[in-house]
Design a binder for this molecule. Structure first.
Ligand SMILES: Nc1ncnc2c1ncn2[C@@H]1O[C@H](COP(=O)(O)OP(=O)(O)OP(=O)(O)O)[C@@H](O)[C@H]1O
Ligand SMILES: [Mg+2]
Length: 151
């Protein structure tokens, strides 16, 4: 089921990231698609906050270093593949090492490293709607529904 939430400010996009962080478990990969300035890093700021990153810690685009690592409750790797066009073997190895069962990874510009993204990744897209308006979309996993008791 496709989910779509409209936001009207950076703060609202951040809050949404904070909310979605609650459902992330160790080993989860989340990809973030959207144009330059769509709000991907803003969303990650919320995710990191929701995962326990202390207030005031810096969350910025890892465009030049490619990977940031945050000391959240479950370690969060923040990857920006924008400059990897195309990625070299060393880049792919470095990023591959961040996709670990005990950590969460969030990837901006996942289309650059599509082969590395696991099929079960949570794929989020942010669309710029003009001004401060954004649409944040993702595919909601279909829940199996309530368990029936065996009566
Ligand atoms: N509703 C909104 N949600 C998110 N950001 C918004 C919103 N309205 C305005 N902005 C502004 O848009 C910019 C988003 O920048 P951000 O670095 O999060 O984008 P990005 O998608 O990570 O870009 P890049 O691809 O360059 O890394 C910020 O300056 C933010 O203040
Ligand atoms: Mg960014």
């Amino acid at each position: 089921m496709k989910k779509r939430v409209m936001t009207c400010s950076p703060g609202q996009t951040e809050s949404l990231g904070r909310k979605l962080a609650l459902r992330l478990r160790p080993g989860q990969v989340l990809t973030l698609q959207g144009d330059l300035g769509a709000g991907k890093t803003t969303f990650v700021r919320g995710l990191a906050g929701g995962l326990g990153l202390r207030r005031g810690a810096t969350v910025s685009s890892p465009t030049f270093v490619i990977i940031h690592e945050y000391p959240t409750r479950v370690k969060l790797y923040h990857i920006d593949a924008y400059r990897l066009d195309p990625p070299g073997d060393q880049d792919l190895d470095l990023i591959g090492d961040c996709l670990r069962p005990d950590s969460i990874a969030v990837i901006e510009w996942p289309e650059r490293i599509a082969d590395l993204v696991p099929a079960e990744a949570l794929r989020v897209r942010i669309r710029h709607l003009g001004g401060d308006r954004r649409a944040v979309e993702w595919e909601e996993p279909v829940s199996p529904g309530p368990k029936r008791s065996g009566r």
